[in-house]
Design a protein around this ligand. Structure first.
Ligand SMILES: Nc1ncnc2c1ncn2[C@@H]1O[C@H](COP(=O)(O)OP(=O)(O)OP(=O)(O)O)[C@@H](O)[C@H]1O
Length: 443
């Protein structure tokens, strides 16, 4: 009995020292593990952690992290005594606190009762922030802090990071040539009780220190995109920076990017839905071209099919903004050769007619699942005198429009998406897509 009380006290003391920052996470796990080799010890730790969670001394996710790590360690034979402790202990605490903190935010979002209190969140956030500051200070004095100008600053971003004291990165959605995209909680929206407190944040690979011109032009482009305000263009809320890091705050899309749909959804190509995407794409670009805005990197990955049936274009103007500042040591902006016109591949400035060329490539993919030139760049396809295959499932006018869009000579290609659309829709007097559209609709 005394032994039980003793063990419980030792566990309590270890937890105490960990929470007040006197005991690093690995040491907590190491010292706790021998107390939990037997089932009774494991039960004791579980009860203790439950008590701490009930009294809100720690959050549930943190308690789970501790229990999981201790039980794992208890089940594993202790390491050879000579083995040096490689990991930075503070990093583990940081990870644990971070998990706790993000967990609390998630609960607030889903409306869990005991987590509604903003003071618990604040305490959690300041514990995490304080730890980050201390860690940074220590790394700086020890000289172990990472060089501020590194090749890929986006790689530093991770779940739990807080940007501008406002955006909390929750999880990674995906990566592209320019950076890493995260789902993030916008604290302002959360505090204002917004139904949807999430945004998407693209952490850019660029730093202001090394690419100031590219970033300034990107910022200007992001502002121009904000002015476009078309429901089919992904809304860009802001372009901001935290220290040397730059990021874009966007509307969070729920659904599937077209590249994935093409890979995974059998029966999509040539369907009514695929035709609708093609039409919406051409209409969206006809609108933006009429406003003087070009996309300059149209490709399946930049088109998005939302779960609610809407269609969206991503990354508007980003390639055009960064392209002129392309710096050879790092691939910073996407020019995707398979969708780039010959003159663009050869270094010409982006134009509306390049977008039309990309629409031609996308039309083939949407209708047949195949790239018209076997994924070769416009320049290579031109050099090899390739010809696009016919699309017999489409009316003559639409086929003519797509063939013209894929012309290697910009002089014989529709100058912009408006011109493309007029031929496509048969508005030059011949039967076009409008006829096919109603035929499809009428079964
Ligand atoms: N606003 C957003 N909402 C939801 N998902 C997004 C959003 N923006 C980008 N994504 C997703 O994040 C992933 C990475 O996107 P990103 O734009 O960085 O790369 P990409 O377009 O595939 O490549 P690149 O940057 O080289 O053109 C993709 O899967 C994309 O669908």
């Amino acid at each position: 009995m005394d032994d039980d009380r003793d063990a419980a006290q030792r566990m309590g003391a270890l937890l105490n020292r960990f929470v007040i920052g006197k005991l690093p996470f690995p040491a907590l796990v190491r010292e706790m593990a021998p107390l939990c080799r037997a089932a009774s010890g494991q039960q004791r730790l579980q009860d203790l952690l439950q008590q701490w969670v009930d009294t809100q001394a720690i959050g549930h996710p943190l308690a789970e992290s501790i229990l999981g790590a201790v039980l794992d360690a208890a089940a594993t034979p202790p390491p050879a005594p000579a083995a040096p402790e490689r990991a930075d202990p503070a990093a583990h605490v940081e990870d644990a606190l971070l998990g706790d903190f993000v967990g609390r935010y998630k609960k607030v979002r889903t409306g869990a009762k005991d987590e509604q209190r903003p003071d618990t969140l604040k305490a959690s956030l300041s514990a995490y922030d304080g730890l980050r500051q201390r860690r940074y200070a220590r790394e700086t004095t020890q000289g172990t802090v990472r060089a501020p100008l590194q090749a890929n600053p986006a790689a530093e971003a991770r779940s739990g990071m807080v940007l501008r004291d406002r955006f909390i990165l929750e999880d990674e959605i995906g990566r592209g040539g320019m950076g890493i995209v995260f789902r993030a909680v916008d604290r302002r929206r959360l505090e204002a009780g917004a139904r949807q407190p999430y945004v998407a944040i693209k952490m850019l690979n660029l730093t202001f220190g090394t690419h100031p011109e590219a970033l300034r032009s990107l910022e200007a482009e992001a502002r121009r995109t904000q002015d476009l305000a078309d429901p089919r263009i992904t809304t860009v809320y802001d372009f901001d920076r935290e220290g040397n890091h730059a990021f874009i705050v966007m509307e969070l899309l729920e659904g599937t990017p077209l590249d994935k749909v093409l890979r995974k959804q059998a029966g999509f190509c040539g369907s009514e839905q695929a035709l609708r995407v093609l039409k919406e794409l051409a209409e969206t670009l006809a609108f933006t071209h009429s406003r003087g805005a070009i996309h300059a990197d149209l490709k399946p990955g930049n088109l998005f099919l939302c779960s609610d049936g809407r269609f969206k274009v991503l990354d508007f103007g980003i390639s055009a903004a960064v392209g002129p500042h392309q710096i050879d040591e790092a691939p910073i902006a996407g020019l995707t050769p398979a969708y780039a016109s010959p003159e663009r591949v050869e270094g010409g400035p982006p134009s509306a007619s390049d977008d039309v060329y990309a629409i031609g490539c996308l039309a083939h993919l949407l209708m047949t699942g195949l790239h018209p030139f076997d994924r070769k760049s416009g320049a290579d396809a031109k050099a090899q005198h390739m010809e696009p295959p016919d699309l017999p499932m489409l009316p003559a006018a639409a086929r003519r429009a797509i063939e013209a869009a894929l012309s290697f000579d910009p002089d014989t290609r529709p100058a912009d998406a408006g011109a493309f659309l007029r031929v496509f829709n048969g508005q030059d007097g011949r039967a076009g897509i409008a006829g096919l559209w109603s035929a499809l609709k009428n079964g």
